[in-house]
Design a protein around this ligand. Structure first.
Ligand code: TYD
Length: 409
């Protein structure tokens, strides 16, 4: 979907960063698919009315979320703990009805969060458009339908299952171009005392860390408290709490309720003030961000070419969607990176989108460790560093690009 106007306010967008032609972030492919590989012009624009940073053009949802969707949430042990905690927080908030609680999760993936509710005997419904991961959720006893959430689907759910006590989403809301329709659906789906709790990569972290790799086809928006507040106010709802999360290299959890249903916590005003200080509500901040992104690219190319010139081997660690933006924006191919190691079976044996670097199983990395590993899964740095002590002890080094390009180890 192409737009030159903000998807939330309808006002004209100003281009903030232009990344040129990009493939799908999760579009891992086989050599016979190289000719005619899909590419689209990727640029982000900003709207000073809604304060939403958003993709100007986004491939159709059917192109991105389908039965071959390569992302399974449960591949990370840490994420399993994270969603267990998230679920326990919701159960302990006092918002679930005592008699017959009902929890809906949008984009429940393989059921990583909802299985906690299923195990506690709580009535639930997962909505997951990617059929392959939805099937995994169902096989874990998580009641899941394979649909795209919208206002109409919300009305259908209310007619069949009644209104919900809690609406949850993690790393999903930022994927949805029709966010106004979704916000309207949420307002209809929730009981008067219901809450919507969702988390997504946080714009403040992206700007502060120059983590421009959070920008790819699936992330049509990067939210802030300002933009989330604007979006939900239009539906008669308000932001009542915000909680910073470490996941995905810096995320924010937003709690939304019908206006007046609950007091607004101090955390909301504190974050709004902080965002004003960083300038997340102003276009000028994103013009500067664009320069930071260019500088990060120049430094990364210089570092990798320097290491390669010394005859060293470099591999990628984690074939993340984020890495697709870095590799294609910086023009990094097999001349610099030999292979990318990844634990996800569906990615292994394929090639990275656009730059066609081979994806190898983790065993390959263990058997043939490189001199340098570029940490594309930098959002899992803690978990990975703990696991890979032997790599460092044997002389291996890490290359990271956030918050700045450097070598560790
Ligand atoms: P993810 O963090 O979801 O990033 P993105 O949203 O950008 O795709 O993906 C992490 C990827 O890294 C996933 O393909 C699994 C892989 N991975 C490893 O190969 N080894 C690991 O130890 C971890 C934690 C992840």
């Amino acid at each position: 979907m192409n737009t030159s106007n903000c998807r939330v306010s309808g006002q004209p967008l100003e281009i903030a960063v232009d990344f040129g032609l990009q493939p799908l972030g999760n579009g891992f492919l086989q050599p016979e698919q190289f000719p005619g590989e899909f590419r689209y012009p990727m640029a982000v624009g900003f709207c000073e009315t809604s304060m939403m940073l958003q993709l100007v053009e986004q491939p159709s949802p059917e192109q991105m979320f389908h039965e071959q969707y390569a992302f399974y949430s449960s591949t990370s042990q840490h994420m399993q703990y994270h969603f267990g905690d998230f679920a326990r927080q919701v159960m302990g908030m006092g918002v679930l009805s005592k008699t017959d609680p009902f929890v809906v999760e949008l984009g429940c993936n393989d059921g990583i969060m909802l299985r906690n509710f299923a195990n506690a005997g709580i009535r639930h419904l997962g909505i997951e458009p990617s059929r392959n991961v939805a099937e995994v959720a169902n096989s874990h006893g998580v009641r899941t339908i394979s649909e795209f959430f919208c206002h109409q689907l919300a009305m259908d759910i209310v007619a069949k299952d009644g209104q919900a006590d809690a609406f949850l989403a993690a790393n999903v809301m930022c994927h949805i171009p029709t966010i106004v329709d979704v916000a309207s659906g949420i307002s209809k789906l929730l009981k008067p005392t219901g809450v919507a709790i969702f988390e997504d990569p946080y714009l403040g972290d992206v700007v502060e860390k120059t983590s421009y790799d959070q920008i790819y086809d699936e992330h049509v928006f990067l939210f802030s408290a300002h933009s989330v507040q604007y979006l939900f106010r239009q539906q008669g709802m308000e932001l009542i709490d915000v909680q910073a999360q470490k996941t995905h290299g810096g995320s924010m959890r937003y709690v939304i309720a019908h206006a007046g249903a609950y007091p607004v916590k101090d955390s909301v005003n504190r974050l709004l003030e902080k965002e004003k200080a960083i300038g997340l509500n102003r276009m000028a901040t994103f013009r500067k961000f664009s320069q930071q992104v260019e500088q990060s690219r120049t430094e990364l190319i210089k570092l990798l070419t320097g290491i390669k010139a010394e005859g060293k081997r470099i591999a990628g660690y984690g074939a993340t969607s984020k890495s697709t933006t870095i590799l294609n924006y910086c023009g990094i191919g097999t001349d610099l990176i030999d292979y990318i190691s990844d634990t996800t079976p569906i990615k292994q044996g394929k090639f990275s989108p656009g730059m066609h670097i081979p994806i190898k199983p983790y065993d390959f990395f263990m058997a043939s460790p490189p001199d340098y590993a570029m940490l594309f899964a930098w959002n899992h740095a803690e978990e990975i560093m703990a696991k890979e002590r032997a790599f460092i002890e044997n002389g291996g080094r890490w290359i990271v690009h956030v918050p700045e390009v450097r070598v560790l180890g």
